[in-house]
Write a protein that binds this ligand. Structure first.
Ligand SMILES: *Cc1c(COP(=O)(O)O)cnc(C)c1O
Length: 388
């Protein structure tokens, strides 16, 4: 086995069926055959978002859908509340500013989560806020934000609730309609386990009503055009879509729903709990508070006496396991283990075997197998969930 095991928070390993789907002949994107595939894929997306509303597939990575949401829902000069607790929260603020929207930032310390009270307070302080952006799973810090609870606050406010579920949809609980989310975005290469290159977006009626009042602020990612073309028969996209990637996304969503959304989310939570136990058993410290830690990526403090190259470099070069590093001021201070997509017990067993051996090699742990021993406590749970 020469392949490198990707334990990254995206891109994740794709099921062979997904890769195979991508190799099918490309068809006319304005014809019946593609229209049917596109419609089925958007339906599967809505099922995954848990919404009765339509979804749209964008040719672009997750960020394109973040930009589509913000630029189509808030007018230039209007105010948006951006919750920022990491790299991706910051990205929403940057996108807002670049589109001439006035960004009011609600900062939380990286590694912690915003609370519903803080959101409510910020909204009540400024009645002009038209929308709020939140990142459900802040991949850069390994924190899951309480979108369900914030949704309860948003239900009583006119401001739109825009949520990034790029690294959580298909791996953690996201129920767009029940959580009062007005606009939700995701990407193909994280928990959905399709190749990188596509994003998906859904708007509810309130979002569409706001969208109609927004002056066009985006040519390529123009949501009214996506809607008009999606409603054609056969369904289409405004510009040439990535036909092959849509084949792949459709297959990935079929794999997901064969496993079952609930089962898949439980599997991710089990992988997260097992990873946290294994990390602690190896004498390492988790970066975020366990109460708000992510179901899809585990962020670990760099142990004293080791640097990024010694940990991640050894993991990759010697043991062929690729972990992610920290970003911005967390670079060199944390490393991240992605356990999203089609990850099971065996991938975690390889990862923690390698991490134990790496730490042992650096003289940082006595028992190289301590992580795997902790993992073993979760074996039965995995076996009950394992369908992929
Ligand atoms: C990966 C990711 C994105 C999008 O990144 P792309 O590189 O554009 O796909 C957005 N938000 C979060 C939380 C992510 O993890």
């Amino acid at each position: 086995m020469n392949e490198i095991l990707l334990m990254l928070p995206g891109p994740t390993t794709a099921d062979p069926r997904v890769l195979q789907a991508m190799s099918k002949a490309v068809v006319n994107h304005r014809g019946d055959e593609f229209g049917e595939i596109y419609t089925e894929t958007t339906k599967l997306m809505s099922k995954t978002f848990q919404t009765k509303n339509d979804s749209y597939i964008l040719t672009g990575s997750g960020t394109s859908a973040m930009e589509a949401a913000v630029s189509n829902l808030v007018n230039r000069g209007d105010k948006i509340l951006n919750v920022v607790g990491g790299k991706f929260g910051e990205r929403f603020a940057d996108i807002s500013k670049m589109h001439g929207i006035e960004s009011v930032q609600l900062d939380v310390e990286w590694g912690t989560a915003v609370t519903p009270d803080l959101v409510e307070e910020a909204l009540e302080k400024d009645e002009d806020i038209k929308a709020i952006t939140m990142v459900h799973n802040e991949t850069s810090t390994g924190v899951a934000a309480p979108i369900k609870e914030v949704g309860e606050v948003m239900k009583n406010h006119d401001a739109l609730f825009i949520v990034d579920t790029v690294s959580s949809l298909g791996g953690d609980y996201v129920d767009v309609d029940k959580y009062h989310i007005d606009a939700c975005v995701t990407g193909s290469q994280k928990c959905l386990a399709a190749p990188p290159g596509l994003a998906a977006i859904t708007f509810n009626d309130d979002a569409w009503a706001a969208c109609e009042k927004v002056e066009d602020n985006n040519y390529y990612l123009n949501m009214p055009k996506y809607r008009a073309n999606g409603n054609k028969d056969p369904a289409q996209t405004p510009y040439t879509p990535s036909v092959s990637l849509i084949y792949a996304l459709k297959a990935a969503l079929e794999v997901l729903h064969e496993e079952g959304l609930e089962n898949r989310i439980e599997r991710h939570h089990t992988a997260a709990a097992a990873s946290r136990d294994a990390v602690k058993a190896l004498g390492l410290e988790l970066f975020p508070d366990e109460a708000v830690s992510s179901a899809t990526v585990t962020a670990v403090k760099m142990p004293e006496g080791a640097n990024d190259d010694q940990i991640r470099g050894t993991m990759l070069n010697k043991y062929k396991v690729q972990l992610a590093g920290g970003q911005d001021h967390l670079k060199g201070n944390i490393f991240r283990i992605g356990h999203m997509g089609v990850i099971n017990y065996q991938e975690l067993a390889i990862t923690f075997t390698a991490l134990g051996l790496t730490l042992k090699g650096l003289g940082l742990v006595e028992d190289a197998g301590a992580g795997v021993a902790a993992l073993a406590n979760h074996y039965i749970k995995f076996k009950l969930l394992e369908k992929v």
